[in-house]
Design a protein around this ligand. Structure first.
Ligand code: COA
Length: 110
């Protein structure tokens, strides 16, 4: 598994990310179109925000938005792992350093 910036994802992988949002957080994003809209808004939102995806063998199996606005703190919105890959350590991003934000050198832990 590798952690990559959303800018590295194909359209198919973006759709995988949207699908798991709908599957796992259905109340917030009941349809794929809602999830795609959310992702597009995040991608076109604050340029200091960070969208990271966990990719395994070409498939997106989890992703998180890291949104600034609290000084050195980031809001995680959303945070989702594909249903069949939950509770296996995917939700822990051990080190986000190197994803374009040199001031982010932290462990993201659920
Ligand atoms: C919440 C979620 C992101 C966790 O990801 P994950 O890959 O399943 O979590 P991990 O396996 O990396 O577990 C990380 C830690 O959180 C704990 N944890 C994971 N899911 C948990 C849950 N539902 N309830 C309580 N603890 C949980 C694990 O026990 C682990 O702690 P440990 O290492 O001390 O045992 C994932 O379950 C998910 O996508 N859930 C549905 C969407 C959601 O609720 N998102 C959060 C709100 S936006």
């Amino acid at each position: 598994m590798e952690i990559v910036d959303f800018s590295m994802l194909s359209e198919t992988q973006i759709t995988q990310a949207a699908q798991m949002l709908t599957d796992e957080l259905h109340d917030g994003w009941p349809a794929l179109t809602n999830a795609m809209k959310e992702i597009n808004e995040l991608r076109n939102g604050d340029p200091d925000s960070l969208l990271l995806a966990a990719v395994d063998q070409g498939d997106v199996i989890g992703w998180a938005g890291l949104l600034p606005g609290y000084g050195k703190m980031f809001e995680l919105h959303p945070l989702v792992v594909r249903g069949d890959r939950q509770r296996k350590g995917v939700g822990v991003v051990p080190d986000a350093y190197g994803y374009g934000k040199p001031d982010i050198q932290m462990a993201i832990r659920l």
